[in-house]
Design a protein around this ligand. Structure first.
Ligand code: AP5
Ligand code: NA
Length: 343
């Protein structure tokens, strides 16, 4: 018999990836056809890039994967273990073990689906100046199947959880698993949250994304992702506030008003609740304190959800999101200081 989960448990589902982080010149990005500030999935032509990176560069291996980053950050703020549970697929190898160890150390209850034959996924995080270009090699993460959620122990976890957070990135992997969690959430009046994750999701996976949107209670994204979402809808605007209003007003299964939360780097966070727009200013970090922004968006979501799942209001949730993002910007990758001073 499994002990009951802590109250208001948050389940996250996404690709668990090990980030291979290094600093590169613009010419390296050009050589591999990468933009300065983007997140894409790699294709076969990038295999040699990964080889070159590990051979010719000094790289850091940092636990990554968007939702896993957010959950680690949420745990850091909540400071009590197992408030979050993570689903995703890894290989049976050193990288997978490293990811599990780091997640557990942070207090995340990881429930990986383990693939015996495919390697744990990686993500090249290529820093150039204050920008970063991400190129994900999903590998085992791409083999996640819905049966993992059907397992008895995971069914129990899902039944007891109150909040769900899935990334748009996971739409490239297993839409049926997303629909399952989102449908369950709507049926039991729980809260299902989704991140737009990257422009390519709206560009190339718009049909799948559109099937999920009616089940989404809280939608996260940054300004580029908002613009790509608008473009895919044929909305002729790049105004983040207008896009947020339109996204909030899209058809919805349950009667709960949809919340849309769009970040814009140092510019104000735009929040739409139903038909009301609010802008929350961000305290600018002085240039010399910015190490790299990799993980800023993920940390924002982690901080936001750490408060939101406790029933704190939107203002408190945004404030904590901004706090968490700034702590991550002051460090390499999506890593947090050992002690959390947020109260
Ligand atoms: P990704 O998810 O792209 O990073 P991120 O967390 O979104 O970081 P960004 O730099 O893109 O931030 P943002 O633009 O979303 O947020 P914003 O700048 O608005 O990548 C990180 C992870 O993704 C990696 O670990 C990788 O493993 C993973 N990943 C990549 N591909 C994947 C895949 N296919 N599947 C799964 N995982 C994948 O900032 C947010 C907030 O930060 C702001 O609201 C503000 O509060 C604060 N902030 C930002 N800039 C400033 C500033 N200058 N001063 C003060 N505050 C600031
Ligand atoms: Na992001």
């Amino acid at each position: 018999e499994m002990s009951p989960l802590p109250e208001n448990t948050l389940i996250g589902m996404c690709n668990p990836l090990l980030d291979i982080q290094t600093t590169v010149e613009k010419s390296f990005l050009d050589k591999w056809g990468l933009k300065e500030n983007d997140a894409i999935l790699c294709d076969d032509k990038h295999n040699d890039m990964f080889t070159e990176l590990t051979k010719d560069f000094t790289v850091e291996y940092i636990p990554g994967g968007a939702a896993q980053n957010s959950l680690r950050v949420a745990q850091w703020i909540l400071n009590s273990p197992n408030r979050t549970v993570f689903f995703g697929a890894v290989g049976k190898d050193q990288y997978g073990e490293l990811l599990a160890t780091k997640a557990k150390e942070a207090g995340v209850n990881v429930q990986y689906q383990i693939n015996e034959t495919v390697k744990t996924g990686t993500c090249a995080a290529l820093i150039n100046g204050t920008h970063r270009s991400l190129c994900a090699h999903l590998a085992a993460a791409n083999t996640f199947t819905q049966d993992h959620l059907q397992k008895e122990e995971n069914q129990k976890i899902i039944e007891q959880a109150k909040y769900f957070y899935v990334t748009g990135f996971f739409i490239t992997v297993c839409p049926p698993a997303i629909i399952q969690l989102a449908t369950h959430s709507a049926e039991f009046n729980k809260t299902f949250t989704l991140n737009l994750s990257a422009p390519f999701i709206s560009q190339f996976f718009f049909d799948k994304l559109s099937e999920i949107i009616p089940l989404v209670d809280v939608l996260f994204g940054n300004e580029d992702e908002a613009a790509a979402f608008a473009k895919a809808h044929g909305w002729e605007t790049t105004c983040v506030k207008e896009i947020a209003l339109k996204a909030a007003a899209l058809p919805k299964k349950s009667t709960k008003p949809r919340l849309v939360v769009f970040t814009q780097g140092p510019e104000p966070v735009v929040v739409v609740e139903g038909d009301k727009v609010t802008e929350y200013p961000v305290t600018r970090l002085p240039k010399e304190e910015i190490v790299d922004t990799n993980g800023a968006g993920d940390a924002f979501v982690g901080g936001f959800l750490s408060q939101f799942i406790q029933g704190k209001g939107i203002e408190a949730s945004v404030a904590c999101g901004s706090y968490a993002a700034q702590e991550i910007i002051k460090k390499h990758g999506c890593t947090v200081p050992s002690v959390c001073k947020y109260h």
